[in-house]
Design a protein around this ligand. Structure first.
Ligand SMILES: NC(=O)CC[C@H](N)C(=O)O
Length: 360
């Protein structure tokens, strides 16, 4: 097997063997601490532009199945893993992890000292990395190309409709995960998936009962030009924002975001529900966070905080039925502690619709 190298912009080099698509790649090197869910991670569009390091040492052991992709094609730039398992064992497995990477055009290196890499990222903060079959050295580290708009890359280009017999939710697609769509369909919602830049008038014409702003890749500030539209759309009917959706709604109402040192990516992030004091374990995948002091507390209540670093995890508008969460209530393969938020969102849509109908 050919040797492969991850060179960090700070000069450190990590060695392994090349797997997946044989090509050079460049991206922000992040790490995910989940013990399971590698298939969902490599197909989560929020990782566009990033090289993902798996902290869990064995990857590939239960193979790849036909159900768990979060999107049609992986959007991430590369993967870094410890032990690659090429002999998966699971009754639903139809493919090997390395084959899935190849088919998705994703390069990677295996056999890497991922503990050491993660410790480096934790001490340096998130860094850029170059994945290649040769070491490039700090002096020859590739110049950063103008980053494409990752949301533009992963968002749907056409409107898609899923019919059901419950309320109608418009899913604003910034790079949605299939688990969000599945959760809405499981609640009997009809769902229309629309491109991220669909204007208010077009959304209004779809006659939605509820709006969901999805997760997605990149810096939320890149979507600045859409903030006025996002604000208007969020006031139209009950709205839920998840992850990037949460950040965009906060920004649209005047708050600020900042970058965390090395992000929250994993399946065991504790958040505290402030009204009850209960702690829920959540799946997370974000590098940016809403700045506490920038939130207008006369407009929004903070509903959840991260137990580890106290960062903002959820907001609720005082007058409009708008709720946002930084974590993933639909997180797949789990945990499901906050899955009730999607059920509650659908109940809210239903009762809001009934009130509106009664007022006519
Ligand atoms: N999963 C997401 O929606 C990520 C949001 C945003 N791209 C961030 O990294 O913070």
């Amino acid at each position: 097997m050919d040797k492969g190298y991850l060179t960090l912009e700070t000069g450190e080099v990590f060695e392994g063997v090349l797997i997946g698509e044989m090509k050079d790649s460049f991206g922000e090197v992040v790490f995910n601490t989940s013990m399971t869910g590698y298939q969902e991670i490599i197909t989560d569009p929020s990782y566009a532009g990033q090289i993902v390091t798996f902290c869990y040492p064995i990857i590939g052991n239960y193979g790849i199945n036909a159900m768990d992709d979060e999107s049609i094609t992986p959007a991430l730039e590369g993967v870094i893993i410890g032990d690659l398992c090429e002999t998966p064992s699971h009754y639903q497995s139809i493919n090997k992890f390395s084959e899935k990477l190849k088919q998705g055009g994703v390069p990677g290196i295996a056999g890497v000292d991922t503990r050491s890499l993660v410790k480096t990222i934790r001490s340096r903060g998130t860094v850029k990395g170059f994945l290649s079959d040769s070491k490039v050295g700090k002096q020859n580290f590739p110049e950063e190309k103008k980053t494409p708009s990752w949301v533009e890359k992963v968002s749907t280009k056409k409107i898609q409709f899923f019919k059901n017999n419950g309320p109608h939710v418009v899913l604003m697609d910034f790079g949605y995960k299939k688990s969000i769509l599945n959760a809405l369909l499981a609640e009997n919602c009809s769902v229309t998936i629309v491109p991220y830049n669909t204007p208010f008038e077009k959304i209004n014409a779809l006659n939605p009962d509820g709006i969901l702003f999805s997760n997605g890749p990149g810096d939320p500030m890149e979507l600045k030009q859409w903030f006025p539209q996002i604000k208007k759309i969020s006031q139209h009917c009950p709205t839920l924002g998840i992850c990037l959706g949460h950040q965009l709604i906060a920004l649209a109402y005047g708050a600020k975001t900042e970058k965390l040192a090395y992000g929250h990516r994993g399946a065991n992030h504790p958040v505290k529900e402030l009204t009850t004091g209960k702690v829920k374990i959540t799946a997370q995948n974000h590098g940016y966070v809403v700045v506490d002091e920038s939130i207008d507390k006369n407009t929004f209540d903070v509903t959840y905080r991260n137990v580890n670093d106290q960062s903002i995890e959820g907001l609720k508008h005082h007058n409009f039925p708008i709720q946002t969460v930084q974590f993933h209530p639909e997180g797949h393969p789990g945990p499901n502690d906050t899955a009730h938020l999607l059920t509650e969102f659908v109940s809210e849509i239903t009762s809001f619709g009934e009130t509106r109908y009664a007022a006519k």
